[in-house]
Design a binder for this molecule. Structure first.
Ligand code: CO
Length: 134
């Protein structure tokens, strides 16, 4: 069912420092910071030959990233995003096999303008999983 790894998201306490690490030390192509107020994050996209890395930094009062950074003050891997062809079929198949979908279960428009859903980390080896319809 799942396809390519679309991205790995890393929550970071200092977006400029993390961006500089990827750009200057690792030699990667990095985007300018992009504020996504509807998601409560500022994102820097790092393009690798086979996937992307997203650096996530809290934006606003109720950022979904803040709690994670409170528990992981130096930052850390936040979620993996897998591509699916049909997010509704994927969701219904996962629910039928016992997985839990976060929120109200309806896809939201994600950082790339495509429908996304998040799956409960306890059902996936302790890893928050995002599905993105491509
Ligand atoms: Co993501």
């Amino acid at each position: 069912m799942i396809g390519r790894l679309n991205h790995v998201a890393i929550a970071v306490p200092d977006l400029d420092a993390a961006t500089a690490t990827y750009r200057d030390q690792l030699g990667a192509t990095v985007s300018a910071p992009e504020a996504l107020p509807e998601h409560g994050v500022t994102v820097v996209f790092i393009t690798l030959p086979n996937t992307k890395i997203e650096l996530l930094h809290p934006l606003g009062e109720a950022s979904p990233i803040q709690g994670f950074l409170d528990k992981n003050p130096r930052g850390g891997m936040h979620h993996l995003c897998y591509e699916v062809d049909d997010i509704i079929t994927a969701r219904d198949t996962l629910i039928a096999t016992g997985a839990r979908v976060l929120g109200d279960g309806e896809p939201k428009i994600g950082a790339h303008g495509k429908p996304v859903l998040f799956l409960h980390p306890s059902d996936f080896s302790g890893t928050l999983v995002e599905l993105e319809q491509v």
